[in-house]
Ligand binder design. Structure first.
Ligand code: PPS
Ligand code: MG
Ligand code: MG
Ligand code: MG
Length: 388
């Protein structure tokens, strides 16, 4: 039997405080570069002429529709929508529904015969007797979302179609061919709190990330508008637009070269990243601002447009990072001029299957700050090791 992980009190307070757009505060103080560093020039069409144009259009559509499903669920979250997976992490009808929507849209838009998807969720719990009601809710959500687009809603999906769409994400990925990489909701804990989360979709080609799309429904786009879609293709730059498809603007990471003026992001959840270690690294660098703690790959999106300069992620010992937690975010930052590496300065290798093999953690910043950051990380890790 699935167990509920979120108390009724939490759910009640979530539903009471919605709608989220009113409840969601701007993330950053003016000192943390609230002003977007995006160029205002119109760049629509610049991307589509390049080699992954068809895939990019399908991925943007898929992630935007999946985000629509997530927003609907976040606005009316029910206790019955939240369950606990075997590793005790939460999963909701929106995680499953988002995965099904992305899978269906990509397969309808692209060649379904060669379709391969590496994704976080699977249908195991939904196929059990106690998962039946949840599956019905997911099927309804998926069909409503697909119909709302006007393009995909002609023939409603059956329960079996939904289960199959979710399970299309069981691919192992690897170094050859093309594989989509999906986190249907990255930051599920943030999603449940009413905070940040992202639908994160990447494409691997011969082991390299060539497309990255991040839909961040609760991330401010401007002072007036909430909800951002970041997208990047290899050698094509990174762009940001609203989730309903406003004119894209090109974004770039900060050009700061003085670490004292930098601010840094880390996981909201202390269980996901060692906050003490980040604070030691920041101290060595001379960073004055307090950490900005937000959930999910929204951190990569925010960094790609110059909100903050550094992202530090040091999971607790024994945790293995999954490719869907970083593939899309990695390219969004890399194409915006940033550098993403493990704690020893090695590039991330997405070609090894569902996991990333890393030295200690993941660090992200611009090219100017990376040498000083690597030095501070190395010293801090040595200090931590010698104090054990
Ligand atoms: N123990 C542990 N250590 C490190 N990372 C973990 C751990 N447990 C989970 N996860 C993964 O963290 C994903 C959420 O991303 P973040 O850590 O950036 O956001 S958060 O602030 O912690 O919510 C989260 O992604 P989702 O499951 O998609 O929400 C997990 O894949
Ligand atoms: Mg999860
Ligand atoms: Mg995740
Ligand atoms: Mg997830």
């Amino acid at each position: 039997m699935a167990t509920f992980t979120v108390s009724t009190g939490t759910i009640n307070s979530l539903t009471r405080t919605l709608p989220l757009t009113k409840n969601t505060k701007p993330l950053f103080s003016p000192s943390l570069h609230l002003t977007l560093k995006a160029s205002k020039s119109t760049l629509r069409g610049a991307i589509t002429s390049m080699s992954y144009g068809k895939e990019l259009a399908a991925a943007k559509n898929a992630a935007s529709l999946a985000a629509r499903l997530c927003q609907k669920v976040q606005k009316a979250l029910l206790q019955a929508d939240v369950q606990s997976k075997s590793d005790k992490s939460p999963v909701t009808v929106a995680d499953y529904g988002s995965q099904a929507v992305v899978s269906v849209v990509l397969q309808k838009e692209l060649d379904s015969a060669s379709f391969s998807l590496v994704a976080e969720e699977d249908s195991g719990d939904l196929r059990k007797e106690e998962g039946k009601e949840t599956l019905q809710r997911i099927m309804k959500l998926v069909n409503e979302t697909l119909a709302s687009d006007g393009t995909y809603g002609n023939a409603p999906l059956s329960e079996e179609d939904v289960l199959a769409a979710i399970d299309s994400g069981r691919s192992e990925g690897g170094p050859s061919g093309q594989h989509w990489v999906l986190d249907p909701i990255d930051g599920t804990k943030g999603f449940l709190r009413g905070d940040q989360y992202a639908v994160a979709l990447g494409l691997l080609d011969e082991g390299k990330v060539v497309l990255g799309v991040l839909a961040c429904p609760n991330l401010p786009l401007s002072e007036e508008k909430v909800g951002c879609l970041f997208y990047a293709q290899v050698s094509g730059g990174t762009y940001m637009q609203s989730l309903d498809g406003s004119t894209p603007t090109k974004v770039h990471v900060t050009d700061l070269d003085n670490p004292e003026e930098a601010s840094f992001f880390e996981s909201f959840e202390a269980a996901h990243s060692l906050h003490d270690l980040s604070s030691l690294i920041a101290k060595k660098l001379g960073v004055k601002a307090p950490p900005v703690r937000i959930d999910s790959q929204a951190k990569y999106g925010a960094l790609s447009r110059g909100d903050g300069a550094i992202y530090l992620r040091f999971p607790h010992k024994g945790y293995r990072e999954k490719i869907w937690d970083h593939a899309a975010g990695y390219l969004v930052v890399a194409e915006a001029g940033g550098v993403v590496s493990d704690a020893a300065g090695n590039p991330l290798d997405f070609s090894k299957g569902r996991y990333l093999d890393l030295h200690e953690g993941i660090i992200v910043t611009n090219q100017k700050l990376m040498p000083a950051l690597l030095k501070a990380v190395k010293e801090s890790l040595n200090e931590k090791a010698s104090s054990l």
